[in-house]
Ligand binder design. Structure first.
Ligand code: NIG
Ligand code: FE
Length: 420
């Protein structure tokens, strides 16, 4: 903390501040409106990349107000809240799958398209033949779009290259992205590439030849696998994830998306950070998730695009599951980066309350990334990841296609301002 000379910034004239402190204290479970930690006429002090003080402006300690070098920034009555945490994206890919979308819309199933070499494998071909430079260039545009919506922490998965050389290239592209804090995840186990005959054989290759390289080069600290009928089988996937844990990776699972295929059970058994999708889970799975530290990452835009049901969020939340929301941005099942649409579907289709949606996109998602001690709420010592909007908080996740005018600070620096 700066005690004598200060490099900090005082954000003042905040009409309403949502600290999310209560939601953080409850680890993102059973969220009510009072857990948003609403303060009026508030101020925040950012000292370098951290939050140094937060509270009602009239309680600002005199020693802070007098601090030499403390810059003041008039927030002009904005609503201020923690930066959003977007905890599930497949943002690095080449090409699109618009033609496949039309086929699905005319009645061909996702699995049928995948079995004929379309789906993930068609994106694989384009991603393999794309250069690192091109992947970074398109990736950065997408990152900037997330940033303009207030995303200050962004997870990005590999998984559209499916060989050693190009998966490394994709993870290097993730490392080159600028703006928000990024978290990269190795999803080599996304689909079976044509070079391998069986999922087991491919998982052995990933365990023996790829994971050690990813670990050594520190290209990702998380490993994900798509457990699903017609994709990666339960037992071999569990062995693979345990091997990843031995190598020091955190693990998570694309689980129970298209069928109840056992992914969330594995997540609970092995202590995964999250189980993602989960629309097929039933009472037993919900009970087990609620007792665990696994965060349920819910991805309703994928459910919209694949025209399936939505996850039983109400039952999950009421049972005590911690949930997060994310876009699942990818060219196949969720070709959208729109946080508002995600939140809107959560409210309309999954019966989540607005405080639950806000907490899911901050505290819940921070837990899914194991970053809850650093991000997700505005508290002293946490990262100065803050957004200001020219609307009341009740207007969040309400209007699609109309982004609120925002100012975004990431680690204490202004990274986006709608005026500039
Ligand atoms: O999260 N389920 C697996 N992976 C993605 C879809 C990837 C794709 O179709 O390209 C998902 O929905
Ligand atoms: Fe996904």
């Amino acid at each position: 903390m700066c005690l004598n000379k200060c490099m900090g910034i005082l954000l003042k004239n905040i009409s309403t501040l949502l600290t999310l402190q209560g939601a953080a204290a409850k680890s993102g479970r059973h969220i009510k409106e009072e857990d948003l930690g609403i303060l009026h006429q508030a101020s925040v002090i950012m000292d370098k990349d951290k939050i140094a003080w937060v509270g009602p402006h009239k309680k600002l300690p005199k020693e802070w107000a007098k601090k030499k070098g403390l810059r003041e920034l008039d927030m002009k009555g904005k609503t201020v809240l923690p930066g959003f945490v977007e905890c599930h994206t497949h943002l690095i890919f080449a090409g699109d799958r618009a033609a496949e979308f039309e086929m699905r819309n005319q009645g061909v199933s996702y699995q049928e398209i995948a079995a004929k070499g379309g789906g993930i494998l068609s994106t694989m071909k384009e991603t393999r033949s794309s250069s690192l430079k091109d992947l970074v260039a398109t990736g950065q545009k997408r990152v900037d779009h997330f940033l303009s919506q207030g995303v200050t922490t962004l997870e990005v998965k590999s998984g559209y290259a499916l060989n050693l050389k190009d998966e490394i290239k994709v993870l290097q592209a993730v490392q080159a992205l600028k703006g928000p804090r990024t978290v990269s995840t190795f999803l080599g186990a996304h689909a079976l590439p044509p070079e391998y005959k069986s999922y087991e054989e491919y998982l052995t290759f990933l365990s023996e030849k790829v994971l050690p390289v990813v670990a050594k080069k520190k290209l990702a600290r998380r490993v994900d696998v798509f457990i699903e009928k017609g994709f990666f089988p339960v037992e071999a996937s569990e062995r693979y994830l345990r091997r990843a844990q031995e190598l020091g990776f955190e693990v998570l699972i694309h689980a129970d998306q298209m069928s109840l295929s056992g992914g969330s059970d594995v997540a609970v058994r092995i202590g995964a950070l999250s189980g993602d999708h989960l629309l097929q889970v039933e009472e037993k799975e919900i009970r087990n998730l609620a007792k665990s530290e696994v965060t349920g990452v819910l991805l309703p835009t994928a459910d919209l695009y694949t025209k399936t049901k939505y996850p039983p969020a109400r039952a999950m939340i009421d049972a005590g599951v911690r949930v997060a929301l994310a876009t699942d941005f990818n060219p196949g099942t969720s070709p959208t980066q729109d946080l508002n649409l995600v939140g809107l579907l959560a409210r309309l289709e999954m019966k989540m309350s607005l405080p639950e949606v806000i907490a899911a996109y901050t505290v819940g998602a921070a837990h899914a990334l194991n970053l809850h001690k650093e991000v997700g709420s505005i508290e002293v010592g946490k990262s100065a990841d803050i957004i200001g909007i020219d609307q009341g908080w009740s207007c969040l996740f309400y209007s699609v296609g109309e982004a609120a005018e925002k100012v975004v600070f990431s680690r204490g620096k202004k990274v986006f301002d709608f005026l500039n």
